[in-house]
Ligand binder design. Structure first.
Ligand SMILES: N[C@@H](Cc1c[nH]c[nH+]1)C(=O)O
Length: 403
């Protein structure tokens, strides 16, 4: 008698109608965001050789990967992420292209998650990779873009946690631990599981690196975290990293994200290719991170191209979970502006709308014959700006003329 013919494998499930529609809605939003910032779409196979994910070091723990054997006896894996295949693709297919390269992707990834964790093993993921740039500007571009994506899904209720993998890696390098123990330490820091973390690290006696690792998960909050970290013994030699992170934090504040960004020196993303700033994005009411990303300057070198890079992935399933709870957010965002052509300037208005779409994104043309009707409609739809096109162009902010 068959017992597995009516269920799907652990960590997977069927998706029906509304969930499918919501996935389409989110992916369309993010596609627009990525395309408008100059990212081009790439697709890679769902299966890759195991070697891709263990080129020079193992980027994901072996046991987190689904494996198959191909007809020549070689080990194949269902991709546990998109960043590594894109590094392979870039190194092998994109030589001699002007850098930086900007890629985005939309596909499924597969990771074995612990039983009963409630997490999916099969996840829809979208994301970007900015390859060939190691500058602070590129870190900022990518984190700000993650902020824009979160805003598209939830205009107000999101937060970004910012950290730097250099602290964790620097401390771990001083600890004489095998790969298994390292992953255990990483997982317990990530889960802020102080009890289990302390038990493992107590095994290293009074090692100052072990003592500092115990403190990492508690180093989160606002700008004061930098001072707390500087005072901590074991972290003295990381002042350059802390200075850099602080400057990124301040720049994000200038970009209007100050209220949304918190520092968390205890974020240690899975995927051991990270080398610099790392970050996560959360939506209100969803405990797991929707966005996960950061800098990985050595991964492409493993494939033969010495290129710095940064990027992030967005868990579309979590975005859908959030949107199904907050359905009102699923309505299309209002246009940023409406353009009304005065009598005799109808075609000029059409041309101007096209130009504004390029500048602002979503804009619409007024098809009313009067300015009054246009204003009333704009107010009702929550459109913030009205462009009046005549001999001159007048911009009206809802509520008052500014030009
Ligand atoms: N591939 C990472 C996300 C990422 C993209 N670029 C950098 N990081 C993940 O799946 O978590």
């Amino acid at each position: 008698m068959k017992i597995y013919d009516k269920i799907t494998p652990e960590g997977t499930r069927d998706l029906l109608f509304e969930e499918c529609q919501t996935i389409r809605w989110v992916t369309a939003q993010l596609e627009q965001e990525f395309e408008s910032h100059g990212y081009g779409e790439v697709m890679t196979p769902a299966i890759e050789f195991f070697d891709v994910f263990s080129a020079n070091s193992t980027y994901f723990p072996q046991e987190s990967m689904y494996k198959l054997i191909d007809n020549k006896g070689r080990i194949i894996v269902l991709r546990p992420d998109m960043t590594t295949p894109i590094a392979r693709l870039t190194a092998t297919r994109m030589q001699n292209q002007p850098i930086p390269l900007r890629f985005y992707y939309n596909g499924k990834i597969y990771r074995v998650t612990p039983s009963h964790s409630g997490r999916s093993d099969e996840t829809f993921q979208m994301g970007v990779e900015l390859i060939g740039a190691g500058t602070a500007r590129s870190d900022l571009e990518v984190i700000a873009l993650a902020g824009e994506c979160l805003k598209r899904i939830s205009p107000d209720a999101f937060r970004i946690e910012l950290g730097h993998i250099g602290l964790f890696k620097g401390l771990m390098a001083r600890l004489d631990a095998d790969d298994y123990t390292k992953e255990e330490i990483r997982r317990n820091i990530e889960a802020k599981n102080y009890g289990a973390l302390n038990t493992i690290l107590d095994g290293f006696g009074g090692d100052p690196a072990a003592a500092a690792l115990k403190k990492l998960p508690s180093l989160f909050g606002g700008a004061e975290v930098f001072d707390r970290a500087r005072e901590l013994s074991g972290l003295e030699e990381f002042s350059e990293i802390l200075d850099y992170l602080k400057s990124v934090y301040e720049s994000l504040g200038k970009l209007g994200l100050g209220g949304q960004v918190i520092i968390d020196l205890g974020i240690v993303n899975q995927g051991n290719y990270y080398t610099g700033v790392i970050f996560r994005g959360y939506l209100e009411g969803i405990g797991e991170p929707l966005v996960s990303g950061g800098r990985y300057d050595n991964l492409l070198r493993d494939f033969g191209a010495d290129l710095a890079a940064t990027g992030f992935g967005i868990d579309i399933n979590l975005a859908v979970k959030f949107l199904m709870k907050n359905r009102s957010l699923l309505t299309p965002q209002p246009s940023k502006a409406i353009v009304f052509g005065r009598s005799g300037y109808e075609t000029k208005a059409i041309e101007y709308t096209k130009r504004l779409i390029g500048e602002l994104g979503r804009c619409e043309l007024s098809v009313f014959d009067t300015e009054e009707e246009t204003r009333a409609y704009a107010k009702e739809k929550g459109i913030g700006k009205l462009y009046l096109i005549g001999e001159d162009i007048t911009i009206v902010e809802l509520g008052g003329e500014v030009q």
